[in-house]
Design a protein around this ligand. Structure first.
Ligand code: ATP
Ligand code: MG
Length: 506
């Protein structure tokens, strides 16, 4: 049978094409599944006209719109590899991605077209089309005048559906090649574990250039034949207004802290929501607890990465969701925690998290050596995350191995120190990093964001930590910032912080 992911989605709305798929934030039905079928068939025909076919790449850097989603689905239909880019990337960054991906087509915002035309020409990209935040542009115009192509390309499990560049938190972004099977197996596992129901409605406020919004959010709604209330971005007013109309909400942790910061976010408003899901960055235990106190519901935290989409999830049962943990491996996925020599560690011990399963990617685009390095001899993928696993299989992420600080020969886990600092009155949040140090190898440095009433000083923090943390874990220096540097996915940019402070003890 055809492993094409699009065929799986098409099957879910067969015979129900009048159902809405995209709902505007004001409640208007923007597109039905029948419309989706037609528009994707039109864009598919356009791709053929441009001679972009099976195995060719399309790079897309546009604002979120339903039409961007249709473009993705059209690529699936034709076996074309879809490559979305973060809208924050600059022209020079786009140049790098184009030269790396060598696409047959670039789709960009009309405002960026003049500048990107030159870049595209420099790196031999044959075609450039535009799409703006309203879903209009030369792509839409061209698709309107072709004859729809309803065919669905016959694909095998291991054929590549998309290349997603990793967020670039620990270094230069790598292109993760995801197959039709990676994507279809993962969305089916999530559909089961999160118990999707026929009447579900997804409130969609995440970007769709990233796995979270596209492969978790959109995929689940499409597989379930459900509508999405489609917001261009996280807009607090629009989210509050639309919460009662939806049954599933997905966010990065900052979405939840922003909801909690608004008195309009009441238990009544959250009442009809079947599931609040969080991921992409660690959810603070405090946020989890405060959310439960406010709404009576626990946020379901899950863990994943570009290279494997979703890996673990807290259980569906409300009371089985535990703050600070990311739950159990999804069906079909195996996880293990090993030491640096690859030896399995007993339950509860911190080590390297390795995974295997149908969700694990095919490799990094054009980086065979890097790919080989990240897989063990027995086929497990090294996630680069440090974790513990409990007796009953519950995973807790301790941090990234690249963020591990080795000071005076001792391992220091930033998350442990951050948790203690975050607990202090007058502290909103913190980030702990290691910076080069002559004597210690690395020295522990804390960057602290004060709370609204916060007058807390460096001395206060040192004093407070004295009884709580061993000497070698205590920060040698503390800095204050108005806010931590974060990317669009809410990830703290520790690379940036390390860069700023790298000469501190030099
Ligand atoms: P790069 O690989 O380019 O350095 P990145 O790892 O941030 O960037 P992503 O694939 O977007 O790129 O993010 C995956 C990472 O996000 C995971 O490896 C993990 O460190 C972190 N992460 C995701 N979900 C969670 C979670 N629930 N709790 C803690 N960390 C999480
Ligand atoms: Mg990564």
């Amino acid at each position: 049978s055809n492993a094409n992911l699009f065929a799986l989605f098409q099957n879910s709305y067969a015979g129900k094409s009048e159902r809405p798929v995209i709902i505007d934030p004001d409640g208007t039905v923007r597109y039905s599944f029948g419309d989706l079928e037609e528009y994707t068939a039109r864009i598919a025909a356009l791709l053929t006209e441009l001679q972009v076919g099976r195995g060719d790449r399309v790079v897309v850097q546009v604002d979120k719109s339903p039409e961007m989603l249709f473009l993705y689905l059209a690529c699936l239909r034709k076996g074309v590899i879809f490559i979305p880019l973060n809208t924050a990337y600059t022209q020079e960054e786009v140049r790098y991605f184009l030269s790396d991906a060598t696409p047959g087509l670039l789709v960009c915002d009309p405002e960026k077209e003049p500048a990107l035309k030159q870049v595209a020409a420099d790196v031999d990209v044959a075609h450039i089309l535009t799409l703006d935040s309203n879903g209009t542009g030369s792509l839409t115009d061209a698709a309107a005048v072709v004859k729809p192509d309803e065919a669905i390309e016959e694909m095998a499990d291991e054929d590549i559906a998309a290349i997603l560049y990793t967020s670039g938190t620990t270094g230069r972004s790598k292109g993760a090649m995801l197959t039709h099977k990676n994507l279809s197996s993962n969305v089916q596992a999530l559909h089961q574990v999160w118990q999707w129901e026929p009447g579900d409605v997804l409130l969609h406020a995440l970007p769709i250039f990233h796995a979270h919004g596209l492969f978790v959010g959109c995929h689940l709604a499409l597989l379930n034949g459900s509508p999405m209330i489609f917001l261009a971005k996280f807009d607090l007013d629009l989210v509050l207004e639309n919460l009662p109309k939806a049954t599933v909400f997905m966010g990065v942790p900052t979405f939840y802290t922003r909801l909690l910061g608004d008195p309009r976010f009441t238990p009544e408003l959250a009442q009809g929501m079947r599931l609040f899901i969080s991921g992409s960055a660690p959810l603070q235990a405090e946020t989890f607890t405060e959310f439960e106190q406010r709404t009576g519901k626990r946020i379901l935290e899950r863990y994943g990465m570009t290279e494997a989409i979703m890996i673990t999830s807290n259980p569906y049962e409300n009371d089985a969701r535990v703050a600070g943990t990311v739950g159990m491996a999804l069906p079909g996925v195996s996880v293990r925690v090993v030491d640096d020599e690859g030896q399995m560690l007993p339950a509860g011990e911190v080590g390297n998290l390795e995974i295997t399963g149908p969700n694990v990617f095919k490799g990094y685009w054009k980086m065979p050596e890097k790919t080989a390095e990240e897989f063990t001899d027995d086929g497990y993928f090294r996630t680069g995350d440090l974790a513990t696993r409990s007796e009953d299989g519950r995973v807790t992420i301790v941090g990234r191995s690249k963020d591990l600080i080795i000071s005076g020969g001792y391992n220091v886990y930033p998350k442990e120190i951050e948790a203690v600092i975050d607990d202090l009155a007058g502290v909103k949040e913190s980030a702990v990093i290691g910076v080069p140090h002559n004597d210690f190898g690395e020295a522990v440095v804390a960057i602290v964001v004060r709370g609204p009433d916060g007058k807390i000083s460096e001395e206060d923090i040192i004093d407070a930590l004295k009884g709580k943390l061993a000497r070698f874990k205590q920060p040698k220096k503390t800095f204050f910032m108005e806010e931590l540097p974060r990317n669009t996915m809410g990830k703290v940019q520790k690379n940036e912080l390390r860069q700023i402070h790298r000469d501190l003890f030099a």
